[in-house]
Every structure is written in structure tokens, then in C-alpha cells.
Write a protein that binds this ligand. Structure first.
Ligand code: 4NP
Length: 160
């Protein structure tokens, strides 16, 4: 049976935020017994880290929380990704703009944190997942918690 939802998680480098979003989503979908309904991948708008494993700090926070990160970094491919995936989840507004500039349809792109049920009425500028790359380990814990809530909301909205 083919997947009923095809989701692509996108950030800038594809080594911190989007691999965490992908791993957390897969973990939660498996726990809910709905993994078979999804095709899931992640990528970045930049190519600097293509072929690399996630940042060691992302791997560490995932490990502390019992989550695996299957991602190998790759760059967004407009000609194939915009067709293959029906929902593209941008980690921040700059990522969302970059996706649309590169050819993703506006109605295909959503901000990841717009699915966090605790942030429902918030304006868009409060919905960025902050880039933890140049920060401390603490930043990775904060991003993990944000993405955990957003993935729960995303699964609720897609699985009812
Ligand atoms: P990410 O973080 O977009 O969450 O993967 C970044 C990782 C690397 C860079 C920027 C952001 N970089 O400029 O190399």
C-alpha cells in the first residue's frame, strides 16, 4: 500500500532542525501505530553539508530522548521534491520563503510550529524554530521540545 501522506521536513543545513523533526515524527508515528501511512524525508536549502550525518549535538539530544535520526543531509531538489511530497514543513519563515522561491507551491508549504496546538493564535513571526547551529547544547534541548509538540500536533491533524 502506498503512503497516504508524503511529508518533507526542511531547514537550512539539514543537519540540525529538519533531521530532528524527521526523527521525532517517525518515532511518534511508530508509537501511534500509523507509520505505514507516511512517507517522510528531510532536506536543506543549502548544499554545504550534503552527505553528512546530523550534527553531533542533534544526535546527542535525540539519543537522550530515545529517538533515532536516519537522515543523511541533502539539498532540496525543486524538480522532484515539489512533486513527490504533498506537505513541505519549513522550520522557519526564511526556509518557507526559500522553498517558494525555488518553486514549491505556496499551499504546499507550512511552518512546522503552526501545528503546535499551544501556539494556535500566534502570529507567523513567533513560529520560527530557532537555528541552534551557532548556539549551545541548551538550544538543541529547546528545539527538541518545540519539535516534539509540533510533531504531536501534526500527527493529530493528519490522523484525526
Ligand atoms: P539547520 O542548522 O538549518 O537546522 O541544519 C544549520 C546548520 C548549518 C548551517 C546553518 C544552519 N551552516 O551555515 O553551515
Amino acid at each position: 500500500m502506498s503512503a497516504s501522506h508524503r511529508l518533507l521536513f526542511v531547514c537550512l543545513g539539514n543537519i540540525c532542525r529538519s533531521p530532528l523533526a524527521e526523527g521525532i515524527f517517525l518515532h511518534q508515528a511508530r508509537e501511534r501505530g500509523v507509520l505505514h501511512r507516511f512517507e517522510v524525508d528531510s532536506c536543506g536549502l543549502g548544499s554545504w553539508h550534503a552527505g553528512q550525518l546530523p550534527d553531533p549535538r542533534a544526535l546527542a539530544v535525540a539519543l537522550r530522548n530515545g529517538v533515532e535520526l536516519p537522515s543523511i543531509a541533502r539539498q532540496f531538489e525543486p524538480s522532484t521534491d515539489a512533486i513527490r511530497f504533498d506537505l513541505i514543513l519549513a522550520m522557519d519563515r526564511a526556509n518557507a520563503r526559500g522553498l517558494i522561491e525555488r518553486g514549491a507551491a505556496r499551499n504546499q508549504v507550512s511552518l512546522m510550529r503552526s501545528f503546535d496546538p499551544t501556539l494556535k493564535e500566534r502570529p507567523q513571526h513567533e513560529l520560527d524554530v530557532p537555528d541552534p547551529y551557532y548556539g549551545s547544547d541548551r538550544g538543541f534541548d529547546d528545539v527538541f521540545a518545540m519539535l516534539t509538540r509540533a510533531c504531536e500536533g501534526l500527527l493529530d491533524s493528519l490522523c484525526g
